[in-house]
Design a protein around this ligand. Structure first.
Ligand SMILES: [Zn+2]
Length: 101
């Protein structure tokens, strides 16, 4: 039988890269993903560090990163809106210049 993704065991064999503690599987779930050929079942496993403090730090970091990503996205969207507004102003100015000549 061919297993598409079974990363859990590999990860568990390696110590935590933050504190060197052992890791355990916190959650296992399967996801059915539609593909061109039909559907594929992807196995997921959430690996957490046995060291509670380390795991808490990791969770905090993940949250921070997610927040950062959201902020970056918001800034990008704001910049896009600004650029669009500027482009519009530039076009209007150009039009004014042309009509004056
Ligand atoms: Zn750890």
């Amino acid at each position: 039988m061919k297993v598409i993704i079974s990363s859990g065991k590999t990860y568990l064999n390696e110590p935590c890269n933050r504190c060197g503690s052992e890791k355990r599987v916190a959650k296992k779930w399967k996801e059915t993903v539609p593909t061109l050929m039909g559907t594929t079942v992807i196995k997921h496993s959430q690996i957490v560090c046995m060291n509670e403090v380390c795991q808490m730090e990791s969770d905090k970091m993940l949250l921070k990163e997610a927040k950062k990503r959201q902020d970056v996205k918001a800034v990008k969207e704001a910049n896009n809106a600004l650029r669009k507004a500027n482009a519009l102003t530039a076009t209007n100015k150009a039009r004014k210049n042309t009509s004056r000549i």
